[in-house]
Design a protein around this ligand. Structure first.
Ligand code: GLA
Length: 730
């Protein structure tokens, strides 16, 4: 057995060590379609000479001219793979350091590289760099996911200087791309208004996207972007790079069009207030930057990221998810055992898998009856829940559904026993007045004792209630007055906080690998692939108005697969329940409504919709997404999900314009089908008492026809949302 394991390991981990040879060395990091090529010249300076389509013959990478150099590069390192500051560099650096002796310069020379083939078509390439004057080393890591066309890049930094050094900047990657023009799409917003896209041409100079919020870091903008080369991004055409940083803290994405009109992209942790002190003999690992290059526009890029995330990043990314009924908008803080028991029965009647008890169940000295008290005191409130959580879990199970719970374990209310007992566990400045975000403060997760506490909160809950089926992990405050009572170097705090959080989540995931956990941060304040390594799903926004959600979900879909998007039917907005349900179905369906207030028809519709969802959810969650008509340029938003074998698709179209005659006036061209297959189209989620205009026809269409000519889902002001199933006819 041992021998078998060793030989399997041998097959998977073939290590190729390549010594720097005289002359240029070429290191090709390749996926199925893409290549990133590093050239090392005789000076041992590593530069990036190609990022784009993979060549059939890798030997030809050596022939690529230094085409980025459309003029004079005074330094020869404008296209450095990891630009060191302070020596001959003139542009935005990837790394900036002050050595132990106070010297502020760095040079990085190529030492060697090696590649390892791992399981599932993943190849890890390491490029070792060193400063010729100092015992200071950087290793660049490139993990190439062959089948998904995604590259994950990060670096490690270590030194054996006499004392600690200061890292002023320590980016994750440093890309270099020559094109005629560059268009950056970035996303911005605020609470309940997440992910508004802006596309701008990049001109000479630097555009910085960043966060300085600490915890709820993505509140104003996420660390995710699209760069389109030569022309504005299109859905299914053109060269697009989609990039996203796996980091749940302060980040900086720098886009610099250099003096030669080439684009430099430098993503990483935000250097703001984060000069990092690194002791000799220790290693700093940057977060990973993930990117994909597509020559099939935004659609190609997002399909690659989705495939990658399902297979390699999100826990149970290719598994199942639970439908649920949440009580937040139904009760807010006002509930008791009786009310909850009734809700369990409602959930069962509706047909969901789980009941999720939201905020308000804890705190005794300072009961959590509003958002001004109780965070940190994770004991059941004895007035609301005299029999404790264990009783509720059983009650739910007796009603035939699972039970899940809301937590916000990184936070503390000033009015809490936790704050009284451990004021030194709280991030705050002793000589400044406390400043609150949603009436609360952040616990200092750089402190190992606080990490143990947060781990303990979840672990105790799970130990006492082993059948607890779901956790919603919230994070509603940013960091103000950043100061830790225990940390030595205050400027390490923002980074150590996130690393502390990941340590807690690593421990929890090691013990509870399959527990479904929702990532929430007052909505989408923390939607990034650093956090999504631990969470099975995320809450895109507290804004659940279905009309708004069409846009919010549309924009998240560039980066994150629908299996991870928690979409709840709620009472926000004025749309009929059919519209709300159809929109919520484009992801992981849930409910946050008062079931007992639904009319009979609404209830029947919802029960049927949940049954229908059961039959199509795997296509929505795991199929390829094609965005067919954008709500930004059409009366309708239209997207479809196609199964891997292209025999089934689910197609959603919604009206987003309420003007007279607004609707899908013409056929919409489908995508992703097999041109040679024949399909029949059937309408789903038909509201009780109405008839489908589509189901009356028995016509079959070839995939070729549906993709070249299209089909009109007949969305108009009387049919504001239409869900169609496209099934192969054999
Ligand atoms: C945040 C979440 C909501 C809800 C409340 C509870 O705002 O985004 O979904 O859980 O907290 O306080």
């Amino acid at each position: 057995m041992k021998q078998l394991c060793l030989s399997v390991l041998f097959v998977f981990f073939i290590t190729l060590i390549t010594k720097a040879a005289p002359g240029d060395v070429h290191i090709a990091i390749e996926t199925r379609q893409t290549a990133l090529v590093i050239r090392v010249d005789k000076d041992q300076s590593p530069t990036l000479v190609h990022l784009g389509s993979k060549l059939r013959n890798a030997a030809e990478y050596a022939a690529i001219p230094a085409r980025g150099k459309r003029g004079e590069d005074y330094t020869d390192i404008y296209n450095s793979v990891y630009t060191p500051a302070g020596s001959r560099n003139l542009l935005e650096p990837a790394i900036q350091v002050t050595h132990a002796d106070g010297n502020p310069s760095l040079d990085l020379k190529y030492i060697r590289h090696e590649s390892q083939s791992m399981a599932d078509g993943v190849v890890l390439t390491k490029v070792y760099l060193k400063d010729p004057q100092y015992p200071f080393e950087v290793t660049l890591y490139y993990k190439a996911y062959q089948n998904e066309d995604v590259i994950e890049q990060w670096s490690t930094i270590r030194h054996t200087e006499k004392k600690s050094i200061t890292l002023h900047k320590y980016a994750s990657a440093n890309l270099y791309i020559p094109a005629q023009n560059y268009y950056l799409t970035h996303f911005h917003g605020d609470w309940a208004n997440e992910m508004n896209p802006s596309e701008i041409p990049l001109t000479e100079g630097i555009k910085i996207l960043d966060s300085k919020l600490g915890t709820r870091a993505d509140l104003f903008q996420p660390p995710s972007f699209l760069v389109s080369l030569n022309k504005p991004a299109e859905e299914e055409q053109g060269e697009v790079i989609a990039g996203t940083l796996s980091w749940s803290g302060n980040y900086q994405l720098a886009f610099e069009v250099d003096p030669l009109h080439n684009l430099r992209i430098i993503p990483g942790i935000n250097p703001y207030a984060s000069a990092y002190s690194l002791a000799p003999g220790t290693e700093f690992t940057t977060p990973a930057f993930l990117f994909t290059y597509s020559d099939k526009g935004k659609g190609g890029a997002s399909r690659s990221l989705h495939r990658w995330a399902r297979k390699h990043r999100i826990p149970q990314g290719e598994g199942n998810r639970l439908t649920l009924l949440n009580n937040w908008e139904a009760t807010y803080f006002d509930f008791n055992e009786e009310k909850l028991s009734a809700l369990f029965k409602d959930g069962k009647k509706l047909g969901v898998d789980l009941f999720l008890l939201d905020d308000g169940w804890f705190g005794n000295k300072y009961p959590r009856n509003n958002d001004r008290a109780g965070l940190g005191d994770w004991q059941e409130n004895v007035k609301k829940l005299p029999h404790g959580l264990g009783y509720l879990v059983k009650e739910a199970e007796n009603a035939g559904i699972k039970f899940g719970i809301w937590l916000e374990p990184e936070m503390v209310s000033p009015k809490s026993e936790l704050y009284e007992k451990h004021p030194d566990w709280v991030i705050k400045l002793a000589n400044r007045s406390e400043y609150y975000f949603r009436n609360q403060l952040v616990l200092d997760l750089s402190n190992p004792k606080v990490q143990d506490f947060v781990y303990g909160v979840v672990n105790d809950l799970m130990t006492k209630n082993p059948t607890l089926g779901f956790i919603k992990w919230d994070c509603n405050a940013v960091i103000y007055n950043a100061f830790s009572a225990t940390i030595q170097n205050q400027s390490n705090l923002y980074v150590d906080y996130v690393q502390g959080l990941y340590k807690v989540l690593d421990r929890l995931r090691a013990k509870y690998p399959t527990l479904p956990m929702m990532l929430c941060s007052g909505g989408g304040g923390r939607v990034d692939y650093g956090a999504l390594k631990y969470f099975t799903e995320y809450w895109p926004s507290d804004n659940t108005d279905a009309q708004e959600r069409i846009f919010i979900q549309w924009n998240y879909s560039y980066f994150f697969p629908s299996i991870a998007s928690c979409n709840h039917v709620t009472d926000w907005g004025k749309q009929p329940i059919k519209f709300r349900t159809d929109v919520a179905m484009m992801g992981k369906l849930g409910y946050d409504i008062v079931v007992s207030k639904l009319t009979e028809e609404e209830l029947t519709f919802s029960q049927q919709a949940l049954k229908t969802y059961e039959g199509i959810k795997n296509i929505i969650w795991k199929g390829d997404l094609y965005r067919l008509a954008s709500p930004y340029t059409n009366d309708v938003a239209s997207s479809m999900y196609v199964s891997e074998s292209r025999d089934r698709a689910v197609w959603f179209t919604y009206l987003v314009n309420s003007r007279y005659k607004a609707g899908s006036q013409a056929p919409i061209k489908l995508n992703g089908l097999d041109p040679a297959k024949n399909y029949r189209i059937r309408e789903l989620n038909v509201y009780p008492g109405t008839t489908s205009r589509i189901n009356t026809s028995t016509t079959t269409y070839s995939g070729n026809y549906l993709m070249a000519i299209g089909f009109n889902p007949q969305v108009d002001t009387r049919r504001t949302s239409v869900v169609l199933e496209v099934n192969e006819v054999k």
